[in-house]
Design a protein. Structure first.
Lengths: 433, 147
């Protein structure tokens, strides 16, 4: 009778603080717990009583990697509550702003957080010794994403320009044109990224997921669209809570989101790609075809290739917007002062982000609800690990641990509202009879 | 001229001590940069500078307020000494730059031992006192004309 424990004290390369516990009984996985022990941050509670105009800046503080997602979900939810419809140029500027975040976040995750798993390095620092040009490319891509965010948002981290009704200040056409040569380089680098990630080795692992993503009639989704799934879901953001619910589990301070009556689901690049392949720009479709990547992609380890395809999209879309953009007469509409309630969903780099606000006739928030993408993927990560860990018996301790960490990073989890490290424990027992 | 870079997060208690010092140096007319995001951006901030001084919070177990100094051309940071509230910390940023051959000719770090980095709190009394003392040392050693 043998019992083994694998423990990793510091799993960096995830955003957030948590731990993973896996208990094996022979070939059977007895228990999987992705534990998020960071204390709740109570953002929804302290939004209450604040004016709705503060929500974009307050919620942007939830995450240093995807603050624009929080700002965009907040402004869209509040504008829906107020019946506002900003100028089409503002809509374009918001898409460009979001492209900047996608470029920055996807470049960081593909090259610096996820690639070391596939190449057998402990981290990107070790990887940089042998793959200097690759890491330099990642840093330049990330910097270009940052430049877009700075230009639209006023600064790279926790940008400050987005506001209900538009932006405090918008760049001129000339300022946007200055991004073009960098973005043309980034587009080519992204196509090369797809090729590069295609050459990685992927475990043979597929799951029957419910993919959930926005879908827009004309474009690859960022800020707008209906929420759909491959199992028949097709709803407006206002119906989100009729179809999804959050449940508390004892081992996590982050709530698990589930589809009512069905259970776990997957949000993020795989879901967007599988449900919106036809809306990708031609160059991104071409890059995917060259990588023999066709929807539905059901292997979560291939998410690194899909992220690279989305990098191609984000660069191509940014260039398209810069080409078409004409500054609006005013950078923002003045919001009316009235009571209201509104919901919105936007596509953060790692998946859909839901916001709901209700406020009174003085604009003071009465209730707020935020469901971040990692909360939506959390149950699905556990489900993946339950299936994947069953293969652990064939692996050494070290391999098993490595692969489980890699499987978590498929989701680019952003527990960052919380964490820096993830401890992984796998208990192994021979089958008890 | 020495390029000063203050690192940290002003909204996380003592983690903001590097930013606090950078802000104070600017009051003396000394140009000081800040790095508040993930530390992969450090290489951009020191780009073109031959002599760089980083100011940041550290956590080594020494008494609160202790001022540490490291010369990064010749040594590495003690493991897990950084109280970073970002995913990619200063130590990783520096080691990545070392691997890529992008360290400046001279790179020193002044770190102040901190007490806490709770959200929404101010600098601890001991940390602020050490920061003020360190500021005077930085000005005297690197910018004597500003004294």
């Amino acid at each position: 009778m043998t019992a083994r424990t694998i423990q990793v004290d510091t799993l960096a390369r995830v955003e957030g603080e948590g731990s993973l516990y896996i208990k094996m009984a022979g070939e059977r996985v007895a228990d999987v717990k992705l534990k998020i022990y960071e204390p709740p941050r109570l953002f929804e509670a302290f939004l209450r009583g604040r004016h709705y105009s503060e929500a974009p800046d307050i919620t942007a503080r939830i995450c240093g990697i995807c603050p624009i997602a929080y700002q965009m979900s907040a402004v869209h939810a509040i504008e829906r509550a107020l019946g506002m419809c900003p100028d089409p140029a503002i809509r374009l500027a918001r898409r460009l702003f979001y492209c900047g975040e996608w470029i920055e976040s996807h470049a960081l995750h593909v090259y610096m957080l996820h690639a070391p798993d596939f190449l057998g390095y402990q981290d990107v620092i070790a990887m940089a010794g042998d793959h200097r040009a690759v890491v330099e490319k990642a840093l330049r891509l990330k910097k270009i994403g940052n430049r877009i965010v700075s230009l639209l948002g006023g600064r790279e981290i926790h940008p400050i320009s987005a506001v209900v009704g538009g932006f405090y200040k918008l760049p001129t056409k000339t300022q946007l044109q200055e991004l073009v040569s960098d973005l043309e380089w980034a587009l080519q680098a992204s196509i090369e990224t797809v090729q590069w990630t295609t050459g990685l080795e992927f475990p043979n692992f597929e799951q029957d997921y419910e993919f959930v993503a926005l879908r827009h009639p004309e474009e690859y989704p960022l800020c707008e669209g209906r929420l759909i799934s491959n199992r028949g879901l097709d709803i407006d953001a206002a119906e989100y809570e009729d179809h999804f619910t959050e449940v508390h589990v004892k081992h996590s301070n982050a709530l698990h989101s589930v589809v009512r009556g069905r259970g776990s689901y997957l949000v993020g690049p795989l879901a967007r790609f599988n449900l919106n392949f036809d809306k990708l720009p031609h160059l991104a479709q071409q890059a995917a075809a060259a990588a023999q990547l066709k929807p539905p992609v059901k292997n979560p380890f291939r998410s690194i290739v899909v992220r690279a395809v989305e990098l191609v999209f984000a660069c191509a879309e940014a260039l398209r917007i810069i080409h078409e953009y004409e500054p609006p007469a005013a950078p923002r509409m003045d919001p009316p002062n009235r009571a209201g309630m509104g919901q919105a969903i936007t596509e953060a780099p790692r998946g859909i982000l839901y916001h709901r606000y209700a406020f009174n006739d003085r604009g003071l928030i009465l209730t707020a609800k935020i469901v971040p993408p990692t909360s939506q993927n959390q149950r699905r990560i556990e489900d993946d690990l339950r299936e994947y860990a069953a293969q652990l018996v064939a692996w050494t301790q070290e391999e098993a641990t490595w692969k489980c960490e890699q499987a978590i990073r498929n989701y680019d989890p952003c527990i960052s509202c919380a964490t820096h490290f993830l401890d992984l424990t796998i208990e192994r027992h021979s089958d008890e009879k | 001229m020495t390029r000063i870079i203050g690192c940290g997060n002003l909204n996380r208690g003592d983690d903001g001590v590097g930013i606090y010092m950078a802000d104070r140096l600017r009051e003396y007319g000394i140009p000081a940069e800040t790095c508040t995001g993930d530390a992969t951006g450090l290489m951009e901030v020191w780009c073109g500078a031959a002599d760089v001084l980083i100011l940041d919070a550290v956590c080594t177990g020494a008494p609160i307020g202790t001022i540490h100094q490291w010369d990064m051309r010749h040594s590495r940071l003690p493991a897990r000494s950084w109280a970073s509230t970002h995913g990619f910390g200063i130590a990783e940023g520096i080691e990545l730059a070392r691997k890529l051959g992008r360290l400046p000719k001279r790179l020193r770090i002044y770190g102040i031992e901190i007490a806490q980095f709770a959200a929404g709190t101010d600098l601890s009394r001991e940390v602020r006192a050490s920061a003020d003392k360190l500021l005077q040392r930085v000005i005297a050693n690197h910018f004597p004309e500003k004294q």
